[in-house]
Design a protein around this ligand. Structure first.
Ligand SMILES: *Cc1c(COP(=O)(O)O)cnc(C)c1O
Length: 453
């Protein structure tokens, strides 16, 4: 019999998160205070995040224990299944074994609850009453709304306008979990009002929504802000994905030559790849790890490694990362979760050190891949996740051309049940590829050169 699905025993669940900082040959550069250009200390971040998370943000410990209460909630959907993509393999007819970790089994339908639950836990521990956040495609807001419901916390979400209009059901999911949701830019904050004055029809962006959420969070002592990607502690929490996958692959008698995941801020890519990159560094393994970004927002392949703000209004510390500039406004592609101007500090440093690879992908190729995947594997992928499938198909074709045997692992990081409008648009032929121009880049990067220390 040929197995398609590999479950992990209860007793083999990861008990710790893996912190790649401990193994990195070049440690990430520190975030800077934009005024003094000095490294920010924990006390600078205390009005925004609970101390438990700030400690993880700066930790160099290789393993950090997952609290029992977090484990207990992970138990709703973890360990997630690892699938052998027999249907896709048959379709591609290439000398490849393809495995994917399916994170769509979580309550919100993506990998995001892996960190949302942990973040809600540490906030609750420190007496926080309300968590405020932004959401792009709606995946993060839904995950945090679910997590807040588990810990009896209030939740307020600023949702990028274009997604708010395109994905009304995401808003209703958040409402169902008990969160309040506002389209961003909104007139509730100074950051939002400034944008609306300039452009009343603004589609919004993640950078703008982050500014709004931070502005609201610092106004009251019992409120905190929460970020669903980019930061070190977020990537840390996601490493349960790769640790589980490693054990599941071991059960199948395999080890990956190539790991592929989409990259918006870097958390699901980090989650599946960091435990394996650790093995590359410490045990001399040679797994290629490939981050796939949208061609319309190509920070890794066309951006520059610079200090930049994480948001549009400039409320965050300066982060050393590959960026297109915090004022870069990505085209309104359907993979809303990938429309972010920068990449996490950890992923950026790893790319700079050639420990990971990056490719940019056009959306038509991605949707085409997503449809092949749906028909062969029975799972309708989130538009973000189709970027990984498209690269898997390219690698399979390459292996066929070279006549080499390859084992590929990729992250099917979310389902697309709430993104059917995107598939409808694809079938109707109204989606197009986007050509990124040098001019887009020059203007957005020009402003941030002045920010450098
Ligand atoms: C949020 C999201 C992404 C992008 O964020 P990362 O932090 O890069 O993982 C990708 N896929 C899905 C399904 C998402 O919800």
């Amino acid at each position: 019999m040929t197995t398609r699905k590999i479950f992990l025993n209860e007793s083999e669940k990861p008990t710790h998160w893996y912190n790649i900082v401990a193994d990195m040959p070049n440690k990430p550069q520190p975030p800077l205070n934009p005024k003094t250009k000095q490294p920010v200390g924990p006390e600078d971040l205390a009005p925004i995040f609970p101390m438990g998370l700030i400690q993880q943000e700066v930790s160099a410990d290789k393993y950090i224990e997952i609290p029992d209460q977090v484990q207990d909630i992970y138990d709703i959907w973890r360990p997630s299944p690892l699938y052998r993509a027999r249907g896709l393999e048959k379709l591609l007819d290439a000398p490849v074994k393809i495995y994917y970790k399916y994170e769509g089994v979580s309550p919100s339908g993506s990998h995001k609850p892996n960190t949302a639950v942990a973040q809600a836990y540490y906030n609750k521990q420190e007496g926080v009453k309300k968590i405020i956040t932004e959401t792009g495609a709606g995946q993060w807001g839904t995950a945090l709304a679910f997590a807040c419901a588990q810990f009896d916390l209030k939740c307020e979400v600023y949702m990028v306008r274009i997604s708010y209009d395109q994905k009304p059901y995401r808003k209703i999911m958040m409402n169902t979990f008990g969160a309040d949701v506002y389209p961003s830019p909104s007139d509730r904050t100074q950051a939002g009002r400034n944008i609306l004055k300039e452009d009343p029809e603004s589609n919004g962006s993640l950078g703008i929504a982050i500014s709004e959420a931070i502005e609201m969070a610092v106004q009251e002592e019992a409120n905190r802000y929460s970020l669903g990607s980019v930061l070190n502690h977020v990537l840390l929490h996601q490493t349960v994905i790769g640790q589980e996958a490693e054990k599941q692959l071991e059960m199948a008698g395999d080890y990956p030559d190539i790991i592929i995941a989409p990259l918006g801020g870097g958390s699901n890519f980090a989650g599946i790849s960091f435990p394996f990159i650790g093995k590359n560094i410490t045990e001399g393994k040679k797994t290629r790890c490939i981050a796939v970004e949208p061609a319309s927002c190509p920070k890794l392949t066309q951006g520059e490694f610079l200090y930049d703000f994480g948001d549009t209004a400039g409320y965050t510390p300066l982060l050393p990362m590959y960026t297109l500039g915090h004022n870069f406004r990505p085209a309104a592609i359907h993979a809303g979760g990938l429309r972010y101007h920068g990449a996490s500090v950890l992923c950026s440093q790893l790319l700079k050190d050639n420990l990971i690879e990056a490719v940019a992908m056009q959306q038509l190729e991605c949707f085409h891949a997503g449809i092949q995947f749906a028909r062969s594997e029975g799972i309708i992928a989130a538009p973000e996740a189709t970027h990984a499938v498209a690269q898997v198909i390219r690698e399979a074709e390459q292996a066929k051309k070279e006549g080499t045997q390859k084992t590929i692992l990729f992250n099917m990081c979310g389902h697309g049940f709430v993104d059917m409008k995107a598939y409808e648009d694809y079938f109707a032929g109204v989606l197009s590829d986007h050509t990124f121009t040098e001019n887009d880049l020059k203007s957005a990067l020009g402003e941030i050169r002045e920010l450098q220390p």
